[in-house]
Design a protein around this ligand. Structure first.
Ligand SMILES: Nc1ncnc2c1ncn2[C@@H]1O[C@H](COP(=O)(O)OP(=O)(O)OP(=O)(O)O)[C@@H](O)[C@H]1O
Length: 635
């Protein structure tokens, strides 16, 4: 029994040994010898064991059996030896390859290091080359801008100096183009007066003839009629010519405005202490001045690390300011930076960086928007086609939606044309978060307290910001109001409230507080949808039912008229399945039993139990006629 077990065990070992010999091919000839010994000792054991066994079972002679087994084992050994040799060959090749790869790797590492070193070595040279090129281009642009101003000045006018005693002041002197236009208008006026004089004389002759007893009717009367027709026709042609010259004069005024702004920019650039192409923070190559704001200069710049254009806003603290005022300004700017840097949205200008330049100056680095700002657009073309206005306002709304969908909502508070920029593709982006407010979580439904009353641009702010009797409560509705004013201005070329008034007069005369009704000029004609979006462009939602208020009984802009009134006409914008019948919405009556989008209706009740969770919203129509949902508010 013992001998059988050991024989089987050795067979198993041998079986495993075959596999093992494959896996231990790399150990060389010593391992082979071991294998050989192992195999022959197994053979002995095996033959003994099998003799025992086969003695009873196999009828073949003992020698025959031994010879067969021996032959087959030898064949196996030969084949194993061949395999071992092949594997040893493979191993050798693999080792060779591994060492080749290692060499290659070492060589590549060295090359990489050399390249990196070279790159590091060349970096200052490359940076210098890029900035030299940028400077050369910027200088050429500066030259071109100045040349254009000189040329345009001949046509459009220039700033002249007048002296009154010791006082020297500047005045605008019109250019040749306006002089020619005015001379032409004067000529036309004279021509018109002459024709009218003749026409009067003709009328007089006609009445004199009528009074005379020997009057000859017929031929003469016809002559007079024809003559009168000639005069009328001439007057009509003078009027046409006059209208065309007036249109040309309007264009001239726009060109003149552009020229004056460009002159101011050039003057600001010449007077700026950053106009000599400095590299700020070892990174931002300042190029040309884009414009100057209240306390800042904005330069086009090039980021030498990220290799992209940026806008560097240089905030200068007034050296005359007290230390307290400076600190407060810096605190304010850091607060703005902290809000703005977290905003990442296609329709919001990115803020990349902030750093100090010196004790009185620091710089914020913004995404560069190479297009004009909306203010410049509206100065060049005060009225935009409805389609263009609509797509601009949609983008602004998308930015506002983003500000209101964040965990920490933000009120921009200073939405105005100057704070809407365009990139090179015409994408509109909201900027300047200098007055923005973070809506804290614990703010009640009425809104948050406005602590910075007085700031902002009054044409664009809603009445609640002018509340004097108590601290005003504000919400995102402020931005909705401003967006409505912006849309109105784009459509009609003027602001709806206090357009011709100064900021001071708006405040003195309570213009915005008194703003109750939006008046729409008869021209240009715009769609009802655009009117609604710019004035009562908010919608109401009752338990998920989205409505847009249509009638002027809910007049004023959305933030003001956040409460629907009984009688307000509405359009259903969106009706969820849960609200099937008009009866389930007690606060309104619609024109059909079932409530569906497009239904017209009226608000019939303001009782809280009928209205329940009514929500207001503002949006605008897209070109496919679909309503773009923007902000919504709980009533
Ligand atoms: N990110 C930007 N990309 C391109 N141009 C910009 C950018 N930011 C500002 N500008 C331009 O720089 C000029 C000055 O901007 P800034 O915001 O300082 O002035 P402002 O809005 O006129 O004044 P303030 O903010 O003091 O009321 C404007 O003409 C503006 O269009």
């Amino acid at each position: 029994m013992e001998s059988k077990a050991s024989s089987n065990g050795n067979r198993r070992k041998q079986g495993r040994g075959r596999g093992h010999s494959v896996s231990s091919r790399g150990r060389g000839s010593r391992a082979n010898d071991q294998t050989r010994q192992h195999i022959s000792s197994s053979m002995v054991t095996l033959s003994n064991g099998q003799l025992e066994n086969s003695f009873h079972k196999d009828s073949r002679p003992k020698e025959q059996f031994w010879t067969d087994d021996h032959t087959s084992l030898e064949e196996e050994v030969t084949s194993l030896r061949a395999k071992v040799a092949a594997l040893e060959d493979d191993l050798h090749k693999c080792r060779q390859e591994a060492s080749d790869y290692q060499n290659l790797c070492r060589q590549l590492e060295k090359e990489l290091k050399d390249i990196k070193d070279y790159d590091q070595q060349m970096k200052p040279k490359r940076t210098k080359m890029i900035s030299d090129l940028l400077i050369a281009v910027s200088k050429a642009e500066r030259q071109e801008a100045r040349m254009k101003v000189r040329q345009d000045s001949l046509r459009l006018g220039n700033v002249g100096v007048i002296r009154a005693g010791t006082v020297i002041s500047e005045t605008w002197e019109d250019g040749q183009a306006l002089k020619d236009l005015n001379a032409h208008l004067r000529q036309l006026l004279e021509a018109k007066e002459a024709v009218e004089r003749h026409r009067k004389q003709l009328k007089k002759r006609q009445s004199d003839k009528g009074d005379a007893t020997d009057a000859e009717p017929g031929a003469q009367e016809e002559d007079i009629l024809i003559q009168d027709e000639i005069y009328k026709s001439r007057l009509a042609s003078i009027k046409r010519e006059e209208e065309s010259i007036l249109r040309e004069r309007d264009r001239y005024e726009l060109d003149k405005g552009r020229l004056i702004r460009e002159m101011k920019r050039i003057r600001d650039e010449d007077g700026s202490r950053f106009n000599n192409f400095q590299i700020l923070n070892n990174r931002y190559a300042l190029l040309n001045l884009l414009g100057k704001g209240g306390f800042s200069e904005v330069y086009k710049a090039y980021d030498l690390v990220e290799h992209r254009y940026v806008a560097c806003k240089l905030h200068g603290l007034n050296a005359q300011w007290s230390e307290d005022k400076k600190q407060s300004y810096i605190r304010h700017a850091i607060r703005e930076y902290n809000i703005h840097k977290t905003l990442v949205h296609h329709h919001i200008v990115r803020l990349w960086d902030i750093f100090e330049i010196d004790h009185n100056t620091f710089c914020t680095v913004l995404e560069y928007c190479s297009g004009k700002d909306l203010d410049a657009v509206l100065k060049a073309t005060p009225v935009l086609p409805e389609k263009e206005a609509r797509i601009i306002i949609v983008q602004i709304f998308q930015g506002l939606v983003y500000l209101n969908k964040r965990a920490q909502k933000i009120i921009h508070y200073d939405l105005k044309p100057g704070n809407v920029l365009f990139d090179e593709l015409g994408v509109a982006k909201v900027t300047d978060f200098g007055l923005s407010k973070i809506v804290e979580d614990d703010v009640g439904s009425q809104g948050m307290e406005l602590t910075s009353q007085g700031a902002g641009t009054y044409w664009y702010l809603p009445p609640e910001c002018f509340e004097l009797s108590k601290t005003p409560l504000i919400s995102s509705k402020v931005d909705v109001w401003s967006a409505g004013v912006l849309l109105y201005q784009m459509l009609f070329g003027r602001r709806p409230f206090g357009h011709d008034q100064t900021q001071e007069r708006i405040l003195r005369e309570d213009t915005i507080i008194k703003a109750r009704k939006v008046e729409f000029p008869s021209r240009p004609t715009i769609s009802n949808e655009a009117k609604l979006s710019s004035s009562t462009g908010y919608r109401v939602r009752n338990q998920g039912l989205l409505l847009r208020c249509e009638s002027s009984s809910a007049e004023g802009l959305p933030a003001r008229s956040s409460r629907l009134e009984v009688g307000s006409r509405i359009i259903v914008v969106e009706a969820p399945k849960m609200i099937k019948t008009a009866a389930s919405v007690p606060c309104l009556r619609v024109n059909s039993g079932l409530v569906k989008p497009g239904d017209l209706g009226r608000i019939v009740s303001r009782r809280p139990q009928d209205v329940r969770a009514v929500r207001l919203a503002i949006g605008t129509y897209l070109s496919d006629g679909k309503y773009f949902k923007a902000l919504e508010f709980d009533e």
